[in-house]
Design a protein around this ligand. Structure first.
Ligand code: KDG
Ligand code: MG
Length: 419
């Protein structure tokens, strides 16, 4: 090395790490890693409605191992935890590894005085298109919701509405017209409510409802729809073919996600673009889908996907096969993992779209200050060093964990179905 000083040979150590659970109307799981050089990094381990588990994994097993490690060695640290656990994969472990990995990349960016997108290879675009969630108890209610997002400048919306005759509200729709609020988590406790599902009614109604939305809003609006794993492969193939005239931007999670082969039948019968992966947590959940070009968008989140390190590999694999990104951004991810995704979106040559729920309440902005901005339906990533988001611990002290649950879904005869 010709006697030149190499920064990589300096010593640097992780001195402490803490986990906070809570937030305004959510149980965000926030990790803060401190170093002996005063630089700290932030990570998000939020796993919707199971938040205390990644928090315990971090506190009981991972943090004691982290102390004394060199935070710059994010690759080795990821491998240490992933291989060292012996029992691989799974959303709880991957969310905990993901939070550490994000925090280490945050530190890396701060040390380099560079925003993460520059460390990845620089910006490939000025802004990244997002999609909002439009929802309605019935179709007119949904149309109002779509119209309000268009007025705000969104270019893409996911549309979900109540199905006539369905005994209860279906996925992600309010019970009553104009209903708002958190339609995913019920904060009355950990015992779930039950929703009743009727595939035949859905299959008969939804394609024509999507057609009416297209007719009303015209060809330019990007329309997305989430089946939320509820169809069998043959039904999903028929549905994807039936909605072809609508020209969806994507049809999401048409079948239960663990069956990679199910997607083949859909592909054989339709050209509707398919997005899947929000419940995946490893490249091994989607490598067949990507390599066989059975999907168009990959939806892992940087949290349950195990962090930036493995996600960059998945994005690159996807890029080889014309699969674009559409990272999960449900109302569960904190602004920290969303920031990690904004940086990946800014860089990824095969970026598609980003799911986005308005996090920007005054309470959320106070807890996680940042200058990532949404303008005209596009996210403009912050150019602050690292992730470009901070965490106010005094604000965090205002919140505590609140138990919540997802509904469970049954058919009318009582058979348990897929939420
Ligand atoms: O916790 C469950 C949510 O993450 C999920 O229902 C959200 O399907 C979802 C989406 O597309 O955002
Ligand atoms: Mg979804």
């Amino acid at each position: 090395m010709g006697g030149r000083h190499r920064r990589g040979e300096d010593s640097m150590k992780i001195t402490d790490a803490q986990v906070f659970v809570g937030g305004p109307g959510k149980n965000y799981v926030t990790l803060k890693i401190m170093t002996d050089q005063g630089v700290y990094g932030l990570g998000d381990a939020t796993l919707n409605n199971r938040e205390t588990l990644p928090a315990a994994y971090l506190t009981d097993y991972l943090i004691p191992n982290l102390i004394g490690m060199d935070p710059r060695r994010s690759e080795d640290i990821w491998q240490f935890f992933y291989r060292g656990a012996y029992f691989r994969r799974g959303p709880i472990a991957m969310a905990a590894f993901g939070a550490i990995d994000m925090a280490l990349w945050d530190i890396k960016g701060k040390l380099a005085n560079m925003p993460l997108y520059d460390l990845f290879g620089g910006k490939s675009r000025d802004g990244a298109m997002v999609y909002a969630h439009a929802t309605g108890a019935d179709l007119p209610d949904l149309m109002d919701s779509v119209a309000s997002y268009l007025e705000q400048g969104y270019k893409a919306v996911r549309v979900q509405c109540g199905i006539p005759g369905m005994p209860t509200a279906s996925y992600a729709v309010p019970d009553q017209k104009g209903g708002k609020g958190d339609y995913i988590t019920d904060f009355s406790g950990i015992l779930p409510k039950t929703e009743i599902w009727d595939t035949d009614r859905y299959m008969r109604y939804m394609p024509s409802a999507l057609g009416e939305i297209r007719d009303r809003f015209g060809p330019d609006l990007h329309l997305l729809h989430d089946v939320h794993h509820r169809l069998l492969p043959r039904e999903a193939a028929a549905f994807a073919r039936a909605v072809e005239p609508v020209g969806l931007y994507w049809l999401e999670d048409p079948t239960p996600s663990e069956d990679q082969d199910a997607l083949r039948l859909i592909r054989q019968h339709s050209t509707t673009p398919i997005a899947i992966g929000e419940v995946f947590n490893s490249v091994y959940d989607c490598n067949k889908l990507i390599e066989n070009e059975l999907i168009d968008f990959i939806r892992l989140a940087v949290t349950y996907g195990g962090g930036i390190t493995p996600m960059k590999r998945i994005v690159d694999l996807a890029g080889l096969h014309h699969v674009r990104t559409g990272f999960h951004g449900a109302p569960s991810h904190s602004p920290i993992s969303m920031a990690a995704q904004y940086h990946l979106n800014a860089w990824a040559p095969n970026f598609g779209i980003q799911e986005y729920l308005v996090l920007g309440t005054p309470e959320c902005d106070a807890l996680f200050p940042s200058d990532h901005t949404l303008r005209d339906g596009m996210i403009h990533v912050s150019d602050a060093p690292g992730l470009g988001v901070d965490f106010d611990e005094r604000e965090a002290a205002r919140y505590e964990y609140k138990a919540g649950s997802h509904p469970v879904v049954r058919l009318q005869d009582g058979t348990l179905w897929n939420y």
